[in-house]
Structures are given as C-alpha cells and as structure tokens.
Design a protein around this ligand. Structure first.
Ligand code: GLN
Length: 309
C-alpha cells in the first residue's frame, strides 16, 4: 500500500503531533534553542517522482547529523572505500553520538563508524582540496547535484554557534590527531564540519535525497546516476545499523527502514525501491532523535508496510 493523498499524511501527522510535548529542542548548540518545538512536517518522494506532503514542508532547517550520510557517500566516491575504512570502522557503538569513550577503549583508536561525531570528523577530514574553500566547494557541489539544484545555502548563525561551543568535538579531533586518524588543523576541520552540519534543507528536499539512496543512487525522476549503487548500498547499511544513534536497534525493530536523524529534528529515510522520506520535528527525545518524528515514521511504516525485515 502506498500513500495516495496529502490528506491521509496530514492525519498521520496529527496523530503523531501530541508527542512533541514529551520532547525538547537541542540546546547544546545555542542557535538551535530558537527552533519551534511544535513543528512537525513530512514529505514522501516516490521513485516515480510522485510526492506527498503534510505540515510546513518548505520550512528550512539544518542537516546536522544527516549530513554524515551525505559526507560518507562523498568520500566513498572521491577517496574510495579502502582509504575511508582505514580511517573509520563499520560497527555500531551503543553509545551517544558524541561519546569519546570507545575512542580510547577500542584498538587502534579509530572511530567505530561514520555516523558518530568522531567518525564524521574523520570523514570530513578526508575531503579533498588544497584549502578550506576547495574542500567546501567539492562537498557543496555534491549536495547540489543530489538535489538537482544550483545553490544550497548554509546557516551561518547555526554554524558559528556550534563552532564557538564545540569543545567536545574539538576533543574528539585532538584525540584522533594524536593517533594519526586525523591530519591537519583541527580548527579548520571543525569549521568545515560545522558548516556541513549547518547546510539548510527542507522536508521535501530531504525526501529527494532519501529517494536517491532508495533508488540505488539514481535520481527518482531523471534516473541519472547521482551516487554509484555500491556506495548507496553502503550508506543505507550504515543508516540501518547506526543511523539513529544508540536507538538504531529499537528503530530497526519498530520501523525497519534505513534512516538518519539529526539534532535539528530532521529524519531522512530511504525505503529501498519504494521512496525517500523527509521529516522535521525539532522536539527531541533523550537520545537526540525527533520524538514526534519517530512516532510519525513508525505510523507511516506500519501503514505502508515499509519494514525491510
Ligand atoms: N553538529 C552536531 C554535533 O556535532 C550534529 C550532531 C547530531 O545531529 N546528532 O554535535
């Protein structure tokens, strides 16, 4: 069964909306405190290009950790899996996304996967380019190509707010520099990473990117190859095993689709061979996932039988 009207999606949003009151917006990045905890919106993009929406689906928000999947795809394409997986592992941690603990206790101190902050910093450190400008241009052009648009913006206020307060991410960076997982200037890396996390997008665009991954790397409308199919497959696998932080197991059990969340309240889903999903709901649960968004994705998965398991 698939979604047929915006009205049925609106009903599911209204069913999930009461959960917003049990969550709270992220406040460790000061600029995110300004988000409206009552927001909840969704977009589905089917692989024939048909789209459905509910809520304020054009409202912009920042990618935050959702950018980690896109950055992973980018370095897998540019640098190849051998280099990428010599710097970052493939195993879930069971720890919060910003935890430092496994870096010290796991040997040889390489981050366990690219979806935690340590792993994402190691990934961004692999962006190719002579300087910050070239590294950023390469990445933002890749994001633009996924969306099929000429310009994608980033939110300077959010990026600087995170950059000025990202002491834990700096610690992860310095720790990995000590063990030669990361090379170069940590401040420059942090600036690149916080800009990457502050890329602005809306639900509809998030669903488009989800649909590219769902469609084995091809644009859902034009069928143009945006990401090689083996890269899309690796990204979806990480989304299942590590995409919802230390709630990935519960999410796989209850919802059963490749998905990635971010602390701005976004969730990107990629239902293989069916559709991409973009959800936005800034009120988060204690693990940093959108609380009403999770509920909404579960309602949709139950109704449209999305679980891949
Ligand atoms: N920019 C955020 C951070 O590094 C992203 C984390 C997230 O969305 N979970 O803390």
């Amino acid at each position: 069964m698939s979604c047929k009207t915006n009205e049925e999606l609106t009903k599911l949003v209204e069913q999930a909306r009461p959960f917003v009151k049990y969550g709270k917006v992220a406040d460790y990045i000061p600029a995110l405190k300004e988000s409206n905890p009552d927001d909840l919106s969704v977009s589905i993009c089917y692989l024939d290009g048909t789209r459905f929406f509910a809520g304020d689906y054009v409202k912009k928000f920042t990618l935050q950790s959702i950018s980690k999947v896109i950055a992973l795809a980018y370095v897998l394409i540019e640098n190849g899996p051998n280099e990428v997986f010599s710097n970052v592992g493939m195993e879930p941690t069971g720890d919060p996304f910003n935890s430092i603990v496994k870096l010290e206790t796991s040997n040889p101190s390489k981050p366990l996967n690219p979806m935690i902050n340590a792993g994402a910093l190691a990934v961004t450190n692999m962006f190719k380019g002579e300087d910050h400008y070239e590294k950023w241009e390469g990445f933002i052009q890749f994001v633009q190509s996924l969306l099929g648009i000429e310009e994608v913006s980033w939110n300077e206020n959010v990026a600087l707010s995170e950059f000025n307060t990202a002491f834990l991410n700096r610690s992860l960076g310095f720790f990995m520099k000590q063990y030669e997982i990361i090379h170069g200037d940590i401040e420059e890396l942090l600036f690149l990473y916080t800009k990457q996390c502050a890329i602005e997008i809306n639900c509809s665009q998030l669903a488009t990117i989800g649909a590219v991954f769902a469609n084995e790397g091809k644009d859902p409308v034009t069928q143009e190859v945006k990401v090689p199919s083996d890269v899309a497959r690796i990204c979806k696998t990480f989304m299942v095993t590590c995409g919802m932080y230390n709630a990935s197991g519960e999410f796989a059990t209850k919802v059963g689709i490749p998905a990635k969340s971010g602390v701005s309240g976004g969730i990107m889903g990629a239902v293989p061979h069916k559709c991409g999903i973009g959800v936005f709901g800034p009120a988060l649960d204690e693990k940093g996932n959108s609380i009403a968004g999770l509920n909404l994705v579960q309602l949709m998965s139950d109704r449209y039988q999305w679980s891949i398991f």
